[in-house]
Design a protein around this ligand. Structure first.
Ligand code: SAM
Ligand code: SF4
Length: 289
């Protein structure tokens, strides 16, 4: 059976947030003084496993773990191992994660051993001071050594860069050159308005159409027919050996080709980031009506 929505879009991709906690406080994502949820409100691994089983029965073949920061969740490798074991006897063919990379140096080897072959690492700048500023206190060296360690362990990396006005718009060219040098693909993401970040959104919004135009004058991009199961549109350039993706939720939405749903760390199913309707699976899992 294949899960589909009311517009007959086939849903085969599930994003699962495993925690609301994070070891960084990126200014566009979280407030500086965060109050995190009590642990009992967060789904246990057993509950996440049961939910995933049901979604896999409905045709989900790709699961991405996210957060908060997925690698700060205690014993995360146990969950990764559990989910990867389902690949043997179901239609599930990939378990992956999106991480800020701060703990990758510690986890890369175990991630690989437990079935993770591909990850997304979020990194908006390669300048130490700016990194510290955008994450409010992060240390760029941790991420860089994490990326090295993941590469050493043959984990394929894609770097996600949120394009931010007056912050990294002049640095995007250097980020492309750096990614090209270390041979990792890159995706630029348009910033989306989020509540409760203590930052004025209009100061940050940078349309990717503008970014594309500027970068294109340098790289002469051509579009490629690459589908990684996500919303990115990919380009190549004769002067680069990597693919460059653009994700444009605001200026050029990709709703018609959406293939994903997401579950929050508390078990709420959201069909769309832009909607407030949800189904509370924790209530169902815990028989808590
Ligand atoms: N902590 C992990 C990380 O940073 O990769 C996973 C969770 S984070 C919420 C997932 C992705 O969402 C990151 O690439 C991050 O840059 C992006 N993100 C967070 N807030 C955003 C916003 N307001 N607009 C666009 N992307 C955002
Ligand atoms: Fe943490 Fe990721 Fe949000 Fe940054 S974007 S604060 S790393 S969850």
């Amino acid at each position: 059976m294949q899960l589909a929505d009311q517009f007959d879009r086939k849903i085969n991709y599930l994003r699962v947030s495993v925690t609301d906690r994070c070891d960084l406080r990126c200014v566009y994502c979280m407030k500086e003084n965060m109050t995190f949820l009590p642990k009992k409100e967060i789904l246990s691994f057993e509950e996440i496993g049961r939910l995933c089983d049901n979604f896999i029965d409905l045709g989900i073949n790709k699961i991405r773990l996210t957060g908060g920061e997925p690698l700060v969740r205690k014993d995360i490798l146990k969950l990764i191992k559990l989910l990867n074991s389902k690949k043997k006897y179901t239609c599930l063919n990939e378990v992956t994660l999106t991480t800020n990379g701060t703990l990758l140096k510690i986890y890369a080897k175990d991630l690989k051993e437990n079935g993770i072959n591909r990850i997304n690492v979020s990194l908006d700048t390669i300048d130490e001071n700016k990194y510290n500023q955008i994450t409010r206190f992060g240390n760029l060296n941790n991420v860089m050594s994490g990326i090295n360690e993941a590469k050493k362990n043959n984990i394929k990396i894609k770097i996600n860069v949120v394009a931010i006005k007056n912050f990294n718009e002049k640095e995007l060219y250097s980020i492309i050159e750096w990614a090209n040098q270390i041979k990792v693909n890159l995706t630029f993401i348009e910033i989306m308005p989020m509540d409760d970040t203590d930052t004025e959104r209009h100061l940050q919004f940078l349309p990717l159409s503008k970014v594309y135009k500027e970068l294109n004058s340098k790289y002469n991009f051509y579009k490629i027919d690459k589908n990684t199961g996500g919303p990115s549109v990919y380009y190549r350039s004769d002067s680069l050996s990597i693919d460059i993706g653009f994700i444009t939720p605001i200026t050029n939405n990709f709703c018609s080709s959406c293939n994903r749903v997401r579950i929050t760390s508390t078990g709420k199913l959201f069909m769309c980031l832009g909607q407030n309707n949800y189904v509370d699976f924790r209530k169902i899992l815990r028989n808590d009506y």
